[in-house]
Design a protein around this ligand. Structure first.
Ligand SMILES: [Fe+2]
Length: 301
């Protein structure tokens, strides 16, 4: 192909891919389903709905109604791993999106974007390392207290550097979480210690799946570790996958269900999340997602 032909073909293909990423895939929500053998024999199943990284802004009515429809899955427990909002007016919209899900048992932690509004950045920076290295410390400018109070008023447990206990699906669940390590707000020491061995299930919750935190939760006996933050890479290459995780986690576990450590006992589920930063409103080869985790008994053998 001659250069004068190749250039317009390349430009057209790039424009088509960008249009697809911004208009189609960003609104092509997927429900992922996983079965995890993590409960005591004779119990369960326990349905856990994992939502993350909604990054809600006004005008995203399609995303809001999709989240609301997740209540039809009849989850026993809802886990929100943060980055829920991306606009000062989004708290009420996010709570409205959750709607009937707020009547169910739930827990949450925050991500950096629940505190700090989006700023224009060069997307290429993400290829050079975690964005936490570029964070300027300043006072939060989003109404994270209202977000916290809204979820807490519904009875959801605030797990930002806190432990808790709840009953879901008739099972006793020990939970613990940390605030976002991406901006240095995690305080594992405040939740450290052996997870309740008498509980039916022990769940560790965090926004960013930083390996040192995963190691600590696993060492303390948490069975199931839930995180978001990576967006699954957000812009992925077909047949290659995630380019970056924006944290210390390896690319191979940027989304989905894995073990932690890779040869260990704990289960790690990383959600690729439902949204994008408003400054980079595109997803490619990495559909926005929520996950329904069906927890079933461990193999007794
Ligand atoms: Fe996010």
């Amino acid at each position: 192909m001659q250069l004068r032909t190749l250039i317009p073909v390349t430009v057209a293909a790039g424009a088509a891919a960008l249009g697809y990423a911004v208009v189609i895939e960003r609104n092509w929500f997927a429900l992922r389903r996983f079965e995890i053998p993590v409960l005591p024999p004779g119990t369960g199943p326990l349905r856990v709905l994992h939502v993350s990284d909604v990054h809600l802004t006004p005008g995203r009515s399609r995303l809001m109604s999709w989240i609301r429809s997740l209540d039809d899955l009849d989850p026993h427990l809802v886990v929100n791993t943060g980055d829920s909002i991306a606009h000062p007016e989004a708290v009420r919209l996010f709570l409205d999106s959750l709607g009937p899900l707020l009547d169910r048992p739930g827990v949450f932690v925050f991500g950096s974007n629940d505190l700090y509004g989006p700023r224009p950045v060069n997307p290429a920076w993400y290829l050079w390392g975690p964005s936490s290295h570029r964070y300027e410390r300043r006072d939060p400018d989003l109404p994270w207290e209202k977000l916290r109070d809204g979820m807490a008023a519904a009875g959801w447990l605030d797990l930002n550097n806190q432990r808790g206990q709840l009953t879901a699906g008739g099972l006793d669940v020990a939970v613990a979480g940390v605030h976002d390590s991406h901006i240095g707000r995690d305080r594992y020491a405040q939740v450290a210690g052996r997870a309740d061995p008498g509980a039916d299930l022990r769940v560790g919750v965090m926004h960013s799946p930083e390996p040192r935190l995963l190691d600590q939760f696993a060492a303390d006996g948490y069975d199931l570790l839930l995180a978001g933050h990576t967006h699954g890479g957000q812009l992925c290459l077909p047949w290659y996958g995630t380019l970056v995780t924006n944290c210390g986690l390896d690319r191979e576990r940027a989304r989905g269900l894995h073990r932690h450590p890779a040869d260990g006992q704990a289960w790690l589920h990383v959600s690729a999340g439902l949204g994008t930063s408003p400054t980079a409103p595109a997803r490619f080869a990495c559909r926005p997602e929520a996950s329904l985790l069906s927890l079933v008994p461990r193999d007794s053998g």
